[in-house]
Design a protein around this ligand. Structure first.
Ligand code: IPE
Ligand code: IPE
Ligand code: MG
Length: 256
C-alpha cells in the first residue's frame, strides 16, 4: 500500500517530532510461536511470518531517520529449543538474508551482527559474513541482528578480555572505566539504544543488552511479532517522545 492509501499511518507519522527520533532502537521480537499456535499452525510458521515484520520495522525506522536498529533474533538460550525449531530458524535466516540482500542494498542498509557468531551453522555464518561485506559501504541505517547473543555471554567475554589485558600489562586496574568496558562489548561504536521495544506482552529483558540499556526507555507492546507493523513502531516512538528522560536529575534541571 502506498502512503496516499494509508491516512491513519500518515497521521501517526506526522505526529513524530523528527528532531527527537531515537538514534538507536532495539527490539526484542517476541510472540512468533503464540501467533502461529493461535492459528493452529506450527511455531515455525510464526517465524516465517515474522520476516514481514522485520521489513516493516526496518522501512519504518529508515523513514523516520532512526540510524541504528538492533533486533534480537536468536538468544544463547534459544539453542535449547527443540532441534527441529532451531534448524528451521537457522534455515530461515540463511534464506532471508540471501533473498533480502538486493532490498538492503537499494535502501542503504548496512547489515551488522552481534553474538557468538562462530556458533552458527556454517551456511548461516557464511551468508551472514557475505551480506555484511556486501552492505559494508551503506550508510542510511545500520541493522544489527543479535544472533546467538546474550548479554551475560557478552559481559563475561568483556571481563575475560580486560582481565587478560591487565595480566599481560596492556592496561592496569586503575585504567578500567566505562569507556574501556564499552570498547570490549560487541556493540562498540554504536550509540546506546534510547528505546527498547518488546512485543508479545512479556515484560522482561531476557538477557538482552543489559549494560547498554541502562537508561533506555522501555516500551512493551501486546502485539505478537508477526503482527508488528510500521504503526506499532511509530506508536512506540511517540510513546518515547512523551517520556521525560531525567538521567538521575530532577525535572527542572532537564527542562530549564
Ligand atoms: C520470538 O518468538 C522468536 C525467537 C525467540 C526466535 P518466540 O518463538 O519466542 O514466540 P513465543 O514467545 O513462543 O510466542
Ligand atoms: C527472547 O525471546 C529472545 C529473542 C527474541 C530472540 P524468548 O521467547 O526466547 O524469551 P523468554 O523465553 O520468553 O524470556
Ligand atoms: Mg518468546
Amino acid at each position: 500500500m502506498n502512503k496516499a492509501e494509508n491516512p491513519a499511518l500518515d497521521a501517526l507519522l506526522a505526529r513524530i517530532d523528527r528532531q527527537r527520533v531515537p538514534k538507536h532502537v532495539a527490539i526484542i521480537m517476541d510472540g512468533n510461536g503464540r501467533w502461529a499456535q493461535s492459528k493452529g499452525e506450527e511455531r515455525i510458521v510464526g517465524h516465517s511470518n515474522g520476516v514481514r515484520s522485520v521489513r516493516e520495522a526496518l522501512t519504518g525506522a529508515t523513514e523516520v531517520g532512526v540510524q541504528y536498529l538492533t533486533l534480537y533474533a536468536f538468544s544463547t538460550e534459544n539453542w535449547n529449543r527443540p532441534r527441529a525449531e532451531v534448524d528451521a530458524l537457522m534455515d530461515l535466516l540463511v534464506r532471508t538474508m540471501a533473498s533480502e540482500l538486493e532490498e538492503l542494498m537499494a535502501n542503504g542498509v548496512r547489515l551488522n551482527a552481534i553474538g557468538d557468531l562462530e556458533s552458527l551453522p556454517k551456511s548461516c555464518h557464511d551468508t551472514l559474513m557475505e551480506s555484511m561485506r556486501a552492505t559494508a559501504g551503506n550508510t542510511r541505517i545500520t541493522l544489527t541482528l543479535a544472533l546467538s547473543y546474550s548479554s551475560r555471554w557478552e559481559l563475561l567475554r568483556m571481563v575475560k578480555r580486560i582481565a587478560a589485558d591487565v595480566r599481560d600489562g596492556r592496561t592496569s586496574v586503575q585504567e578500567i572505566d566505562e569507556a574501556m568496558v564499552d570498547r570490549h562489548l560487541t556493540t562498540y561504536g554504536m550509540p546506546e539504544p534510547e528505546l527498547l521495544i518488546r512485543t508479545s506482552g512479556e515484560q522482561r529483558i531476557s538477557n538482552f543488552l543489559l549494560w547498554q540499556i541502562a537508561y533506555a526507555e522501555l516500551h512493551f507492546s501486546p502485539v505478537l511479532w508477526p503482527d508488528f507493523d510500521k504503526a506499532t513502531l511509530f506508536n512506540a516512538i511517540l510513546d518515547f517522545q512523551n517520556r521525560e528522560r531525567r538521567f538521575g536529575l530532577i525535572s527542572e534541571q532537564v527542562n530549564p
